[in-house]
Design a protein around this ligand. Structure first.
Ligand code: SAM
Length: 353
């Protein structure tokens, strides 16, 4: 970064303006205890650049894989571009014959006929999905997107899996934007401990674009966490969102919300700028190396006394938090209600710098 850009960035940060470009996380940003943990995980000063390069390639692949899944859920269930009946993704994943079913082929054909017009049409969700299909690499046909999605569903949902296997699957799977109002339960639980922040870093706000099951076009296209924060802290709080998915960034920018494109294991929007950082349902996508670097980045992004809220239950989050100067100060269970007769639980984990 040249000196002038650095100064403009610093002044902008002080004024609370949306950062124009993110700040890279360097190996030298890791405090000594975090370097020792990184070395245990195979990342040293020497291997850091190669690790970074590999991570960037992996991120690109995972964004495409996430697009493939989101497109498939939408194309199977939406009523907005066809009068063909919606198809349940999970029901299709259970079919013993894994060839493309005729009714799926019909829906894909209907989409191909409708996609061009959708790009300029009035339906924002349709436009965003059309944008995602347009930016798929050439070898990711709609059929490949479907096969990819079915393979994920079969691995994830059919048959019992040990929690470790589910965690490992999430750490390599495609990155999705999915969000829902129910996900604000973690924020509500932690609410009494969040103080009155002036500036918030919302990492991975997501977007309620499509759903794996029970998608309904009538559901509002929204970012429930962004809305929750605005309602809880009022119109004057600055919220800087950071994400890697194109439709999430497009949605934010379309509403003149601050949207910084960055992988939080690699870059942060600004240093020492935030009173509160939120990262729910995001760390689940990171392996231990990614989690350590993301926490180091959050520690750099927060002001002294600032808090990070997430919902990752790994013991490593506690150990890594301590090593980067962000010890855990609160841990609370979050009840999400019952599904299929089983109580669903989440957790709120609060670190303080
Ligand atoms: C499952 S959504 C969760 C949305 C929301 N936080 C919630 O709890 O409802 C995960 C979000 O994190 C973003 N994301 C995943 N990995 C990321 C990374 N390394 N850096 C920045 N954003 C990331 C995804 O693009 C997506 O928007």
């Amino acid at each position: 970064m040249d000196t002038r850009r650095g100064w403009i960035g610093t002044i902008g940060t002080l004024l609370g303006a949306c950062p124009a470009s993110p700040v890279a996380l360097l190996y030298s940003d890791l405090p000594p205890p975090a370097r020792a943990l990184a070395a245990d995980l195979g990342v040293t000063a020497e291997t850091f650049p190669a690790y970074r390069t590999a991570q960037r390639a992996t991120l690109t692949r995972r964004i495409v894989a996430g697009s493939a899944e989101q497109i498939t859920y939408y194309l199977l269930q939406s009523r907005s571009f066809t009068i063909l009946p919606p198809l349940a993704p999970l029901g299709l994943a259970r079919l013993p014959n894994q060839h493309l079913p005729a009714e799926v082929a019909q829906r894909l054909a209907a989409w191909r006929a409708a996609a061009k017009a959708a790009e300029d049409g009035p339906d924002e969700r349709l436009r965003l999905v059309a944008g995602l299909t347009r930016t798929l690499p050439a070898d990711w046909t709609l059929e490949r997107c479907y096969d990819h999605t079915m393979a994920f569903l079969r691995e994830r949902l059919l048959g019992e899996q040990a929690p470790e296997a589910v965690n490992a699957l999430y750490q390599r799977r495609g990155l999705l934007a999915d969000s829902a109002r129910a996900n604000t339960a973690v924020l509500t639980t932690a609410s009494p401990h969040l103080g009155q922040p002036k500036r918030i870093l919302l990492a991975g706000p997501g977007l309620d674009l499509t759903r794996r099951e029970g998608f309904d076009d009538a559901a509002p296209l929204e970012q429930p966490q962004w809305d929750w924060l605005r309602q809880r802290f009022g119109p004057d709080v600055a919220i800087d969102a950071v994400d890697v998915r194109p439709e999430v960034l497009a949605f934010l920018r379309g509403r003149k919300r601050c949207a910084v494109e960055a992988d939080i294991t690699d870059e942060i929007p600004a240093t020492g700028a935030y009173d509160l950082a939120i990262a729910t349902n995001l760390f689940v996508y990171l392996d231990d190396r990614g989690l350590l670097l993301a926490l180091a980045g959050m520690a750099r992004a927060l002001r002294p006394g600032g808090c990070l809220l997430h919902n990752d239950g790994r013991f490593a989050a506690k150990v890594f938090g301590g090593a980067v100067g962000l010890p855990v100060v609160q841990f609370a269970p979050v009840a999400l209600g019952f599904r299929n007769g089983r109580e669903q639980m989440d957790r709120a984990v609060l670190h303080r710098r």
